[in-house]
Design a protein around this ligand. Structure first.
Ligand SMILES: Nc1ncnc2c1ncn2[C@@H]1O[C@H](COP(=O)(O)OP(=O)(O)OP(=O)(O)O)[C@@H](O)[C@H]1O
Length: 299
């Protein structure tokens, strides 16, 4: 059942950049992945959904309620983890969470205490609750970000590039946490990293230049990419490294050959060292590369 309905959102900034260009999406319960390169418009969409900025045109409805008409009311009903968030260096994590809970309308002291404690436990931060968030590692900070987003048990959670810069262990930990919270809610996850979407999301969309260019189930999208024009790489590559830098949408290994589909303009295989073991051949294809300009139409 569709819960979040996004219709024809358009947004241009004062400098003339069109960050959202007629974005329409229907989203049901579960984790929805929004994948796209830098500047695609992901954060603009996330901020609009979080009611922190207004679009020039378009509508957003959640469970039938007009989100953009009632921003104040909606803000208390949704959880938002922005790409960067500031913290007060002298305030402990538990005090900050308490303070944010009050701002979110959790007036009853006992309920608030119970919820803050339970969120600190769920995010594995109870032991460090008296430390300032400014002393936390990147992963702890992101888990704190999720704890604050979950205050008030919102049904819509918006998470903007949460795994950028996390090491693999922290990313796994964060994935576990996200999959726990995604069950009976709408969670929208914006990311550069294909593994985030592959591991976690049931539905996804790819965004570029303010437009949604592909949409579907991650597995089907990846299947669809088979049989496209592939350019053979000169060297083998470190896929992990590649994936975080160049927005790999999918990698597929078929009969010892590795197919890498990227969002970058180029297929810059030559800059990689031959470090990916066991693969005889690596092929690249780029969504925006000259060879694939009409790929969207072909899919
Ligand atoms: N406040 C702003 N004023 C002017 N231009 C902006 C503003 N915010 C974003 N932009 C521009 O709008 C476009 C979309 O930016 P946005 O941050 O939404 O993309 P993104 O996909 O989240 O990128 P990233 O992955 O780098 O965060 C970019 O060209 C960006 O420079």
């Amino acid at each position: 059942m569709v819960r979040l309905k996004i219709q024809q959102l358009t947004k241009s900034y004062q400098n003339g950049v069109k960050a959202l260009d007629d974005v329409t999406l229907n989203i049901a319960n579960g984790m929805f992945g929004l994948l796209g390169p830098n500047g695609a418009g992901k954060s603009s969409l996330m901020r609009t959904l979080a009611t922190l900025q207004l679009p020039d045109a378009g509508q957003v409805h959640f469970d039938g309620n007009d989100v953009l008409q009632n921003p104040q009311e909606m803000r208390n009903k949704l959880g938002y983890l922005p790409q960067d968030f500031g913290v007060y260096p002298k305030v402990s994590a538990i005090d900050l969470l308490n303070h944010l809970a009050v701002l979110k309308g959790l007036q009853n002291k006992n309920e608030r205490k119970e919820q803050v404690t339970s969120l600190l436990q769920q995010t594995n931060l109870f032991e460090v609750r008296k430390r300032s968030v400014s002393t936390f590692s990147g992963g702890m900070r992101q888990r704190f970000g999720i704890a604050q987003a979950l205050l008030g048990n919102p049904q819509l959670i918006i998470v903007d590039e949460p795994t950028a810069g996390l090491d693999p262990q922290e990313r796994n930990r964060f994935h576990d946490l996200l999959s726990e919270i995604g069950a009976n809610r709408v969670v929208i996850l914006s990311t550069h990293i294909v593994e985030d979407v592959n591991d976690l999301c049931t539905e996804m969309a790819v965004m570029a230049n303010g437009k949604l260019i592909l949409q579907g189930k991650p597995s089907r999208l990846i299947e669809k990419l088979d049989g496209k024009i592939w350019r053979k790489a000169i060297d083998k590559v470190d896929l992990a490294q590649y994936s975080s830098i160049f927005n790999v949408i999918s990698t597929k290994i078929i009969s010892g050959k590795c197919y890498v589909f990227v969002l970058a303009d180029e297929c810059p295989a030559h800059i990689f060292e031959p470090v990916y073991p066991g693969l005889e051949e690596v092929y690249f294809s780029s969504l925006f590369g000259a060879a694939n300009q009409n790929l969207e139409a072909k899919l």
